[in-house]
Design a protein around this ligand. Structure first.
Ligand SMILES: Cc1ncc(C[n+]2csc(CCOP(=O)(O)OP(=O)(O)O)c2C)c(N)n1
Ligand SMILES: [Mg+2]
Length: 597
């Protein structure tokens, strides 16, 4: 056998079954080997960015690792956006990039020697867990890379550049595999952590809250549900990030939503009124803290559990920082606090306060009156919150107004899996991510894509890669006449628009006609009534359908923490003081709970 085939044997052992790829000359033996491998399912895309995004989304949808195969040079560089997205969101993924044969490598002296040669490994060094150019057919770098994917530390992509002659070199399978042990599952670190002081603070707190981040995603389900049960018994209210909020249904009593600069007011006020804030596996991105980490949980003792030392080091001095993986923490938490559940403190004031906050502000945006004939995105998101069934997989675009309104407003139900590439925020994520998700979850599970027109355009070619026979799939395409988010900020700052819609130099096609040209059914809706009729009719056959929604082009993102430019400084409003502003006395009265001792 050749080395390329051996690579897929190793991937199979690591649990990889799906590869997303674009074929080329530089990866020909890899493609051939994946194609002929009995356990590998090969899916082709029309762009390497899509192949990389699909592999990453496959993981997000299922927890299983996928592979992306690209050719040398432009194939490799095209995959970069997907690789960086996986790196920033800590999603494991394997990337196999073709390369010119070893004799044609420029060796870092020339810019290029072989045709379409690029030193891809130098490019991905800073955005991958492990990367190596395989100069011979030794399996050790592959095993080393695979072992990093699930070792209990923060995960991400691993990248191999494989020269053509190495791909096709002869190997002795039994010899090579004999030396290779299969890569294991998540291992907890073995340190005895001192979490005792965290538990003591938690017990003593009158207004405790916990921010549960994406770091808790792959903590075993039983452990997480035990954790949430204990939080419920002890009235520890839960907060989430945009990546992690599907871990608990929106309507759960103790779910206080997703705090941030773009958020619901009740979530932000909870953060600012808590007297103890526990943060587990969430890196406190500036979008979560409204660019003010120092004041995040400003009335609280804050303890942070994170597996990445660098993420802890960046946090304010006043935070207690403990380096540990979430699984380790959650299992010790469950043991330490489990028995308290029966003898819980009532924390009655905090319970009433949180319940009232959520009732008052939980659906503020959706309830706001719109004095226009247009369909508003808030109403669409509210409608979809009711419509989307339990256990659906929901993929969204990753940037823009519609996506922000979606993730700050969507009321998720039990078992739904909802994701985007949040840290990178790359337009064009949606369609390839849908391809990865659909490959991961199969036909039965309802799968939804929600994406706006500008982002849709960036990988629109993938309408050709999706299987026209898919069932249970709906694509909601938000048509708001281009880049609504950029249009609104340009108007605010410059009093004019540039390159954001047809009137300002950026044209868009007739989406309905384009979608149909790809052989996919499309319905265009400009009202909730039409949307409702369309979805009712869809239930009859549940065939793949694109629903183009004509929505308000000028909608505003509210509530949000306002940003002010003062001289060369950019200042973001405090987390609790969002636009539209509450009456000052009203806000003070809400915050008064922090004065009760
Ligand atoms: C690849 C990429 N290029 C540029 C941007 C900058 N950007 C952020 S939002 C946006 C417009 C998004 O338009 P659309 O997807 O239609 O969303 P809308 O704001 O209209 O809801 C742009 C250009 C980006 N996030 N990603
Ligand atoms: Mg748009």
């Amino acid at each position: 056998m050749n080395f390329a085939s051996l690579i897929f044997d190793l991937l199979e052992r690591a649990g990889v079954t799906h590869c997303f790829a674009v074929p080329g000359g530089g990866n020909m033996f890899l493609i051939n080997a994946a194609h002929d491998h009995p356990s590998i399912i090969l899916k082709f895309c029309h762009h390497e960015q899509s192949a990389a995004i699909a592999a990453e989304a496959y993981y997000k949808a299922s927890g299983r690792i996928a592979c992306c195969i690209v050719t040398s040079g432009p194939g490799a560089t095209n995959s970069l956006t997907g690789i960086v997205g996986a790196w920033l969101d800590s999603s494991p993924m394997v990337v196999l990039a073709g390369q010119v044969k070893t004799g044609d490598l420029s060796g870092g002296v020339l810019r290029q020697k072989g045709p379409q040669e690029v030193d891809f490994i130098s490019i991905v060094k800073g955005v991958s867990l492990f990367s190596e150019q395989l100069l011979d057919n030794s399996v050790s770098p592959i095993l080393e890379g695979l072992s990093r994917l699930r070792d209990g530390r923060r995960s991400g992509p691993i990248v191999f550049s494989v020269p053509l002659d190495v791909q096709n070199s002869r190997v002795d399978r039994s010899f090579a595999l004999g030396a290779a042990s299969s890569s294991g599952n998540i291992v907890c670190d073995s340190h005895e952590h001192n979490f005792a002081s965290v538990f003591e603070k938690l017990k003593a707190a009158r207004r405790p809250a916990v921010l549960v981040g994406e770091g808790c995603r792959w903590v075993p389900k039983e452990l997480m549900s035990e954790f949430f049960k204990i939080c419920d018994a002890l009235n520890i209210f839960c907060l989430f990030s945009w990546l992690s909020y599907d871990l608990m249904p929106w309507d759960n009593r103790i779910n206080m939503g997703r705090p941030g600069g773009v958020a619901k007011r009740h979530s932000n006020i909870t953060v600012q009124c808590a007297d103890f804030l526990l943060i587990v596996g969430s890196r406190l991105d500036p979008t979560q803290t409204a660019f003010n980490t120092e004041e995040f949980g400003k009335n609280a003792d804050v303890s942070v559990i994170d597996v990445d030392r660098a993420e802890l080091d960046k946090l304010p001095e006043r935070f207690q920082k403990i380096e540990a993986n979430s699984q380790n923490f959650v299992s010790v938490f469950n043991k330490a606090l489990g028995e308290l559940s029966n003898t819980s403190q009532q924390r009655g004031d905090w319970v009433d306060f949180c319940a009232e906050l959520k009732l008052r502000f939980g659906q503020e945006a959706a309830n706001a009156v719109h004095d226009s004939d247009w369909l508003s995105i808030e109403r669409v998101v509210d409608y979809l919150s009711n419509w989307a069934p339990e256990n659906a997989t929901i993929v969204t675009g990753s940037s823009g107004l519609s996506v922000e309104i979606f993730h700050s407003g969507f009321r998720n139900k039990y078992g739904q899996r909802i994701f985007l590439t949040t840290a990178l925020g790359s337009m064009g994520y949606g369609l390839p991510a849908l391809i990865g998700a659909k490959a991961a979850v199969g036909e039965e599970r309802v799968t939804v894509l929600f994406e706006s027109d500008g982002s849709f355009m960036m990988n629109i070619q993938e309408l050709a890669s999706i299987n026209k026979d898919w069932s249970n799939t709906v694509i909601f395409l938000i048509n708001n006449n281009g880049y609504a988010s950029i249009r609104s900020s340009q108007s605010r700052h410059f009093g004019k628009v540039m390159g954001t819609d047809p009137s300002s130099g950026l044209d868009f096609p007739d989406f309905h006609a384009v979608v149909e040209a790809f052989g996919i059914d499309c319905v265009t809706c400009d009202s909730l009534e039409k949307l409702s009729e369309t979805l009712l009719a869809w239930v009859a056959d549940r065939r793949l359908l694109v629903i183009e929604l004509m929505v308000e082009p000028q909608s505003q993102l509210l509530p949000k923490c306002g940003v002010a430019f003062s001289g060369d400084k950019i200042v973001t409003a405090p987390l609790e003081d969002m636009d539209p502003k509450l009456d000052q006395a009203d806000l003070e009265q809400l915050m008064a709970i922090t004065k009760h001792g």
